[in-house]
Design a protein around this ligand. Sequence first.
Ligand code: NAD
Ligand code: UD1
Length: 332
Amino acid sequence: MKILLTGGTGFIGSHTAVAMAQSGHEVILFDNFCNSDCSVLDRLQSILGFRPAFEEGDIRDEKRLKEVLQTYRPEAVVHFAGLKAVGESVQKPLEYYDNNICGTVTLLRAMQQTGIKKIIFSSSATVYGMPQYLPLDEGHPLSVTNPYGRTKLQIEEILSDLCASDPQWSAICLRYFNPIGAHESGLIGENPRGIPNNLLPYVARVAAGQLQAVQVFGNDYDTPDGTGVRDYIHVMDLADGHVRAAQYSQTHRGWIAINLGTGVGYSVLDIIHAYEKACGHPIAYRITERRPGDVASNWANPQRAFELLGWKARYTLEDMCRDSWRFQQNCR
Ligand code: NAD
Ligand code: UD1
């Protein structure tokens, strides 16, 4: 298939570009570089042996989008482009609504006008809010606690309305759990600007000596060791989930949500200890207050992804930490 990846030079988009190209799909990457840069294209070229097609642009620019869609005529769009920092979304809600929601509506309008009606959307397990039961399946009630989460939920609803209005549309909302790790080449990975908000990039920088100690946000949760438990998934497993979703979109019509997670939860301390094994030395940490808005535990029921896509996570926590550490050493 020919597939356009909005946000294609970002963390998940770049890994998905590799998996898709290596599965024989033709990919076109579209990005405004607000959270990535063009060196990713050189790195993709090193991994793939050719440079993937790239178009610079903003998803809020309808004219530019239509130009790109008309030029390449992709069969489907995988929509990664968006802002993703929870804390920042609380400070700057309008930027999040504009970029994520207005950007998606603009993209959908451009797709509709060019007759491209298959979309795979980067949603998040954040739409489940406070878990009422575990593991989280797609039928779990939805709720959100911050503007970032609200953009994900509203986009899911917009896609559902669109599919209800026109039976030719296919919208697959992939609800990611906690993507970590990097491509095995160590050439692409997650390298956030400034101090990382998420656990793995923070642990990686402490391991590399760039930050002093991991702050463990609370050890009094109702979990085996008292620290927060999450479903960490290797980014290449996530990428494979997109390849399979793209194949599924060829026959699927209507709206559907599918979890992409492993079904297994690990605590903050499990992660720190697994990373210590990967990097070969101790990682300093200290216990601090709970982070507001955090839940104790969160992991997926990935059954639907297996039934509909034939997808199952393959990488272990050891693989995730090893690949993250390899990338971290390359981006010093
Ligand atoms: P990322 O920031 O690395 O990638 C997003 C890419 O989109 C960046 O390259 C950025 O430059 C681009 N972009 C942003 N706004 C744009 C715009 N208006 N026009 C064009 N390009 C734009 O983030 P990621 O981790 O790769 O996440 C990809 C998607 O997955 C996001 O929608 C995110 O919300 C979602 N998601 C991520 C996680 C996670 O933990 N990383 C979890 C759940 C969902
Ligand atoms: C967070 C977001 C979620 C988003 C996801 C990916 C919140 C409340 N949730 O998920 O909406 O989809 O990132 O961007 O922000 N932790 C520490 N120390 C740290 C960082 C994290 O102890 O320095 C702990 C957290 O308390 C949590 C676990 O590590 O228990 C994972 O945190 P994080 O990587 O930020 O992911 P989530 O909070 O699950």
